[in-house]
Write a protein that binds this ligand. Structure first.
Ligand code: BV8
Ligand code: ZN
Length: 251
């Protein structure tokens, strides 16, 4: 199951980059982006809701969707995939974790300095002046319903989710650090992403151009299969603990 050559490369890695997508949170019960379109939102395209125009066209529909998703995350726990990634960081000299996910499960598993390319469900802000909004514990979240977004305490503007919507640029600092890591690593792991969203999907190509070996962990075939030197076909929550144990079996 785990090729010896991969075990050696992981044992000798000086700088490992891990890029994760929604698949790494799937076993925590977090629906992937496209699976999150049920109930009120089932007749929508993700791209229609996850964009500024979609929010402005129907703020309570879109805010309700994000609140429902945020509540799912609050109730979820990190799974063995998140935990294995956090443990890996203690075993390799340098690990850069880049995620496309908007949940905080990597952080809750103990990962530090996570690079969030697409923002976070947990840092809403005013759409006008950018003032951060702090969720009140008592806010009614969770039922699949329309929820009017709060308004900014400073300018009365609408509060928006702290995610990167389609058509919006990625946070420049997170992107620059991610690019830099992919161009300076000696092993790259892609976990649970279909590679359908840009420019995040560009990162593995940057590493491959520099002959960096790539490992993919995914139960299905993706556009990265041709790029990866090692394709571990399986669920991240099952494969990553095995990979960790095979590589650092002394622990
Ligand atoms: C940009 C936050 C330019 C929101 C997300 C027209 C106009 C403008 C831009 C574009 C355009 N056409 C194309 C583009 C580019 C566009 C894009 O890529 N579109 C796609 C649809 C083609 N990109 C953008 O717009 C980006 N910005 O280009 O700006 C610009 C520059 C300067 C100035 C102005 C503008 C912004 C993209 C960010 C979008 N935001 N998330 C939210 O969450 O609501 S992306 C969102 O979808 C997720 O974050 C994720 O990254 C992505 C895909 O989600 P999923 O499908 O859920 O997950 P994933 O793809 O990762 O697939 C799940 C995988 O897991 C599968 O492979 C599955 O097999 C696997 N899996 C399942 N179970 C497991 C598993 N793996 C392991 N273990 C398991 N158990
Ligand atoms: Zn404001």
């Amino acid at each position: 199951m785990i090729p010896n050559q991969l075990i050696e490369q992981l044992q000798q890695a000086k700088h490992l980059v891990i890029l994760t997508g929604a698949g790494v949170s799937a076993e925590s019960g977090i629906p992937t982006f496209r699976d999150a379109l049920t109930g009120l939102w089932e007749n929508f395209d993700a791209e229609q809701l996850a964009c500024k125009d979609g929010f402005l066209a129907d703020p309570s529909l879109v805010w309700g969707w994000y609140e429902w998703r945020r509540n799912r995350v609050l109730k979820a726990q990190p799974n063995p995939a998140h935990l294995s990634i956090a443990k890996l960081a203690k075993r390799v000299p340098k690990l850069t974790l880049i995620t496309q996910n908007v949940d905080d499960l990597h952080e809750r598993a103990g990962s530090l300095d996570v690079l969030h390319l697409h923002g976070s469900l947990h840092h809403p802000r005013c759409i006008n002046c950018g003032t951060p909004y702090r969720h009140l514990e008592t806010e009614p979240v969770g039922s699949e319903s329309r929820i009017d977004p709060p308004t900014c305490s400073r300018c009365k503007g609408l509060v928006r989710p702290g995610v990167v919507w389609f058509g919006e640029p990625l946070p420049a600092d997170q992107w620059a650090l991610s690019e830099q890591a992919c161009q300076n690593c000696d092993l790259m792991m892609i976990v649970g992403t279909s590679g359908m969203v840009w420019p995040a999907a560009d990162l593995p190509y940057m590493a491959e151009k520099l002959d960096v070996p790539i490992v993919q962990v995914n139960p299905t075939i993706t556009s990265f299969n041709g790029l990866a030197k090692f394709n571990l076909c399986g669920k991240a929550g099952e494969v990553l603990p095995k990979l960790y144990a095979a590589t650092f079996s002394d622990l």
